[in-house]
Design a protein around this ligand. Structure first.
Ligand SMILES: [Zn+2]
Length: 89
């Protein structure tokens, strides 16, 4: 079972740490900082993600990496051309 990741706004960036979100705890973020979590206000979530935490989160396969499916272009099979009844002139 994968351990969940929690995100914590801290110093103008959002960092991730393993575990569940819980305010008032000392945690170690994925980028190696020791921070104390707190209940973030709505505005705090507008901060950009910490790049290192984001990369680590993706590398750990905890988050689905943005991936685009290759679009396959298949030729649409044409219906057989029916020979229109011979119209003689
Ligand atoms: Zn970070």
């Amino acid at each position: 079972m994968e351990e969940p990741l929690a995100w914590q706004p801290y110093r103008d960036q959002r960092h991730a740490y393993p575990g569940r979100a819980m305010p008032g705890r000392n945690v170690r973020t994925l980028c190696g900082m020791h921070i104390e979590t707190y209940l973030a206000g709505p505005g705090d979530w507008l901060w950009p993600d910490c790049h290192q935490c984001w990369q680590a989160a993706i590398g750990a396969d905890r988050l689905p990496a943005p991936r685009r499916e290759a679009v396959t272009h298949r030729p649409v099979p044409r219906p057989p051309v029916e020979s229109v009844g011979g119209r003689s002139e």
